[in-house]
Design a protein around this ligand. Structure first.
Ligand code: NAD
Length: 260
């Protein structure tokens, strides 16, 4: 495909999403950023990517629990850049709690942000991709899209759900040049992981240091965190022409976690 292509990355003001957005900008894609945070910091990220990589970078603060705002995120990108070539569904939150204490509101929010938002973005972007005979949809699932851990009922349900959605969209796009794949990272040291350490310590009656060593890094045979740069590089590959025959896949990038 001739460049520049345009990529939308949800939840890209922090962590993995920011790493993926940076990787696409570095490849010459125009990028739409999305996510919450301090307005000044977000503007710094947006203009920093534009200046460093000479691409156009848009920010849209759509709340991924709100379908109308999600549709507007895709529409604004189409208006600004002409079309959405790559859609990365990344926004996500976590809550760690035994199921009998799991707050209903947290369940609803996790299903909305980590699963349903991807239905809404895909629904809004898919028609254009199909009509042009080219599109790349990449869903940031998790090792928890393939295996479970205790105390993460909503997250594991949402991530297994998105792996299923990935397969369905792959089948619907297969004859139209539209691929859909999931990336399943193990632990990446981002604010999302750092925030769950105290709750996991409480739920498992452990110290926070023990959570890092005996729960988090114990899950990964490499005993190392996955990096946002590694996830970004895989996403860029899945968006490339060489990945045209890869669709419906769930790529583990988890230091061997799911192989155990
Ligand atoms: P993070 O907290 O650093 O980033 C989450 C991003 O989502 C932020 O930009 C935040 O503003 C945005 N966001 C949250 N709620 C939103 C909403 N309602 N609307 C719009 N944006 C919203 O987290 P992260 O670790 O980078 O996680 C990114 C994705 O990667 C998530 O889907 C997560 O489940 C997945 N993941 C993370 C890990 C890990 O170890 N960090 C592992 C596997 C999968």
């Amino acid at each position: 495909m001739s460049k520049p292509l345009n990529a939308v990355i949800t939840g890209s003001t922090s962590g993995i999403g920011l790493g993926v957005a940076t990787a696409f900008a570095a490849e010459g894609y125009n990028v739409t950023l999305n996510g919450f945070g301090d307005a000044g910091e977000i503007e710094g990220i947006r203009s920093g990517l534009e200046d460093k990589y000479g691409v156009k970078v848009l920010y849209n603060g759509a709340d991924m629990t709100k379908p109308e705002e999600i549709r507007e995120l895709i529409a604004e990108t189409q208006t600004a850049f002409g079309q959405v070539d790559v859609l990365v569904n990344n926004a996500g939150i976590q809550h760690v709690s035994p199921i009998e204490d799991f707050p209903e509101g947290k369940w609803d929010a996790i299903i909305a942000i980590n699963l349903s938002s991807s239905f809404h973005t895909i629904k809004a972007a898919f028609g254009g991709m199909k009509a042009r005979g080219h599109g790349r949809i990449i869903n940031i699932a998790s090792a928890h899209g393939l295996v479970a851990s205790p105390f993460k009922s909503a997250y594991v349900a949402a991530k297994h759900g998105i792996v299923g959605l990935t397969k369905t969209v792959a089948l619907e796009g297969a004859e139209h040049g539209v691929t859909c794949n999931a990336i399943c990272p193990g632990y990446v040291k981002t604010p999302l992981v750092e925030a769950q350490i105290p709750d996991t310590a409480k739920a498992r009656n452990m110290t926070e240091e023990d959570v890092v060593q005996k729960v988090i890094l114990e899950a990964q045979p490499t005993k190392k965190f996955v990096t946002v740069e590694q996830v970004g590089a895989l996403a860029v590959f899945l968006a490339s022409d060489n990945a045209a025959s890869i669709t419906g896949a769930a790529y583990q990038i988890d230091g061997g976690w799911v192989a155990k």
